[in-house]
Design a protein around this ligand. Structure first.
Ligand SMILES: [Zn+2]
Length: 237
């Protein structure tokens, strides 16, 4: 099995230890909703500080994310785990269940990545899974179905960035919408020239906002071309 290791980055409070894209046959044993033939992103993430956050904070983070990604409110979550003794809490109007530990942060990030695989990555439906390590207990493997490795690389880093921003700043800047909108525009218009004045004109934006959005897309790997000489291929990450 070949996987591609695509990036290593610290984003705010979180540390992305690796992002790989490939086939991970073992995940089909863990979750029956994964669709055969679709590759997975595997994101290894460390959440700092370890430990969960209380209900009010979880709801704040969820609601801010739902403003940016409205379809997140319609996700189904942990349906196969209803009978497992995980003490999952269901909240009214909140589609993502809470366990009260660092896993909640990783789990929210997973749902944001899932949402972008449908919104940007061309999947009609997408499933994800968050697996916690025993040691260290603030480390998580996220598996997310993904049809476009480049969008997956971007979505993983952008999701980590957004959640980290909410946790540190409490409020997401509305300017992040430019990043998401530009990503969608580039996906819909793959042959468009990547130049600030042209994009600003096409989108009716100020050059300053266009520049910011473009540099975020670059920073989070949206334009990574994925040539074999730029990624390392390896066995079983
Ligand atoms: Zn879930």
């Amino acid at each position: 099995m070949l996987t591609r290791r695509m990036g290593l980055q610290t984003v705010g409070l979180m540390r992305i230890l690796s992002i790989a894209y490939g086939q991970f046959p073992q995940v089909f044993k863990l979750y029956s909703r994964f669709q055969p033939g679709i590759g997975h992103l595997k994101v290894i993430l460390e959440i700092t500080p370890a430990g969960g956050f209380e209900r009010a904070r979880f709801l704040t983070v969820f609601r801010q994310l739902a403003e940016f990604f409205p379809t997140i409110s319609q996700h189904s979550c942990c349906e196969e785990w209803e009978t497992a003794p995980l003490y999952l809490e269901k909240e009214d109007g909140v589609s993502i269940k809470r366990v009260g530990e660092a896993a909640d942060v990783a789990h929210l990030i997973e749902h944001v990545i899932v949402d972008m695989q449908v919104g940007l990555g061309g999947l009609h439906r997408c499933s994800g899974l968050t697996c916690g390590w025993k040691d260290p207990d603030n480390r998580f493997d996220l598996f997310v179905e993904c049809a476009n490795a480049r969008v997956g690389l971007f979505a993983s880093q952008f999701a980590v960035y957004l959640v980290s921003r909410i946790l540190t700043k409490r409020k997401l800047s509305a300017r992040n919408r430019f990043v998401l909108t530009l990503a969608a525009y580039m996906q819909a218009n793959p042959s468009v020239n990547i130049d600030v004045p042209g994009l600003a004109r096409a989108l009716g934006w100020k050059k300053r906002d266009t520049e910011m959005a473009l540099s975020r897309l670059r920073e989070f790997g949206f334009f990574e071309n994925g040539k074999d000489d730029e990624v390392r291929e390896e066995e079983d990450v």
